[in-house]
Design a protein around this ligand. Sequence first.
Ligand SMILES: [Zn+2]
Length: 341
Amino acid sequence: MAKGREDTRLVVITIDGLRWQEVFTGADEELINDTKQVRDTAELRRKFWRDTPEQRREVLMPFVWNTIAKQGVLVGNRNKNSVMQVANKTNISYPGYSEMMTGMVDEAIKDNDPVNNMHRNVLEVANQDQRYAGSVVMYGSWKSTRFAIHNEPAGIPASVAYEAPIAKKQTPRLKLAERMLAGMPHYWRSEHFDAFTYAYALETLMNDHPKVMWISFGDTDEWAHSRKYDLFLDAAHYTDAFIRDLYEACESDKFYRGRTTYLITCDHGRGFGNEWGNHGGSTKGSEATWFMAWGKGVQALGEAHDGGPFYTKQFAATIAKVLGIDFVPESGEQLPPLPIE
Ligand SMILES: [Zn+2]
């Protein structure tokens, strides 16, 4: 261990373009009744409509509201004046992932192309620390995510879209998941369904025991762009279940139990009302992001009120704090971590 500092384990989860509105208030009344964007409004209402925002958010994301909210921190409910946003002006995905991992904004980064981001990022700095070297890995649904941490030059094994899983131990369950993905419609060309990201991540955690893993989900963003509000809500709901499973698996494994911090955020928000499908520099409200944390070193502060604005670029400093590493963004601007204690 370096400088006498204890090592820790960290699971970072990102959920692409999941709006704060659904995280903190559940299903939207206008959209859940829109027959152009929902196949069966009665069925969707049965699943996700309730009388109050507190009930709606709990039925949509039960693990978030029954476990994370009690054990940890949630930032970004603008109805309670807790504000978080991206600092970049694009409000799109790659610049958002770049911002959260490099701790800075590069105004030249303004599209989603899968090209290496050459700015120093916090995961590569972790991978250079002797406590974490060779123990940082990444899985992503969307192709461009791994390029945001220029994983290959940084020596961070990563697998995205239709690439093979990078686990050291290729188990039968992993082989089965890989075979199933090959036999699914490749519905999105540069992104696979999140169920496979979940399966690959879970198997790799349990068999390889990496100390740091970034798991990047994306179904929420794809269904929102397609303006399928039922599939968007379903994705929020099953992503919550994936997170619960990953957490429970880690806490039932002695390598992770009681030694793991969990951080979750998103790369951008989306528009209001009927603009909910869109995000970008000209879509009002799509700069809004949110953040949650629980586990080792995180206090049970619950849902934040009256704070911020916090910025997505503070996420890198938060990872550095959790891991006990020194990280200075290339901008030279050292930012405070997000409030986890
Ligand atoms: Zn995105």
